[in-house]
Design a protein. Structure first.
Length: 340
């Protein structure tokens, strides 16, 4: 009797070949075919241990997007223009090598991690090192957006990040948006320079999107590192309050531990570039209209207590409460004190 473990990959391979033939018949552009083949291969590899119906549903959903005007092709065009690999003309007239290069780069990058910085020389190394140690080894890039640091921040970023952008005197929301506009991934993950990602931070965020087609965003627990029991208790309470807000349909997602689908992120307008505080909360409230914002207990990030150590809980609690009232009553927010 033939081994079932050998039969399943064979059947999946036949399904894969069939889908490629269907796409070749439907798509009139070589670029669309190449992109589809690459992503189908990725889907096949990720679905070897899954059941056939699950794989077929996944492939069928992707087939619906394979047209010249589809978002993936338009995204490729925009990215080639930004990198200077293509003049402002029709994508069809681009050299084959340029199209193939862009297609392969984008198709192999699923997640873009964006880290805003400003004089973070003391913390940034730990943050970026944690991203290099992720259990998800491939398919992600790290983009650092610096706000005009005068210390070694940019130098340190260059040792770890795939790309370092310098944009002085921008609020954190604008910096994150800039990184997102230059990203290649379908998922945008955000973390701050004074925050350390757990080993499975990226992997669990992707799992949330894969298992929940209606999900547009995901966040997870934030734990203070090098904190006391009091600090742990305060953050545990904040985590409980955050989960309650999610269940009530009013997500309160911190910008230093979250991930969003790129298409939903831009439809929501990205982060508010005029706000210095609560720009992350406002985004989560806007993006909820497009789908679910999830809380994954395994998407853990460890954050610095420097702001609490310098200002104390009473001051910060009062400050954030006043800011919340100002935001609700007048639509404005207070400034964000820079502490390093």
């Amino acid at each position: 009797m033939k081994d079932e473990s050998q039969t399943t990959p064979s059947i999946l391979f036949i399904v894969l070949v069939f889908c490629i033939l269907v796409i070749a018949d439907r798509a009139s552009e070589l670029s669309a075919i190449l992109l589809t083949i690459v992503r189908l291969i990725q889907t096949f590899e990720l679905s070897i241990q899954s059941d056939i119906p699950t794989l077929v549903r996944s492939l069928n959903g992707f087939l619906q997007t394979v047209t010249w005007q589809s978002e993936p092709i338009q995204t490729l065009t925009n990215q080639m223009l930004l990198r200077g690999e293509l003049r402002p003309q029709d994508f069809r007239s681009a050299p084959s090598w340029a199209r193939l290069k862009c297609l392969m780069i984008v198709a192999s990058t699923n997640v873009s991690v964006i880290v805003p910085t400003w004089n973070e020389g003391k913390c940034l190394g730990k943050c970026l090192s944690s991203l290099k140690r992720q259990s998800l080894k491939d398919n992600f890039e790290v983009i650092v957006v610096d706000g005009g640091s005068t210390d070694r921040t940019v130098e340190i970023a260059g040792e770890y990040a795939d790309r370092v952008l310098v944009a002085p005197d921008r609020p954190v929301g604008a910096a994150r948006n800039l990184g997102a506009s230059m990203s290649k991934g379908d998922i945008l993950a955000f973390i701050d320079a004074d925050t350390i990602a757990s080993k499975n931070w990226l992997k669990t965020s992707l799992e949330s999107f894969d298992s929940n087609p209606m999900a547009v965003g995901v966040t997870g627990p934030t734990i203070p590192y090098e904190g006391s029991r009091v600090d742990e208790g305060m953050y545990k309470f904040a985590r409980w309050a955050q989960q309650v807000s999610l269940r009530l349909g009013f997500p309160h997602v911190a910008g230093f531990n979250c991930a969003y689908r790129k298409d939903a992120f831009w439809r929501a307008g990205g982060f508010d570039e005029e706000r210095e505080l609560s720009e992350d909360v406002m985004l989560s409230l806007k993006i909820r209209k497009q789908g679910r914002v999830l809380f994954n207990d395994k998407m853990v990030a460890y954050t610095s207590l420097r702001r609490i150590n310098q200002c104390g809980y009473p001051y910060l609690t009062t400050y954030y409460a006043i800011n919340a009232m100002t935001l609700l009553l007048f639509g404005r927010n207070m400034g964000y004190p820079k502490i390093r």
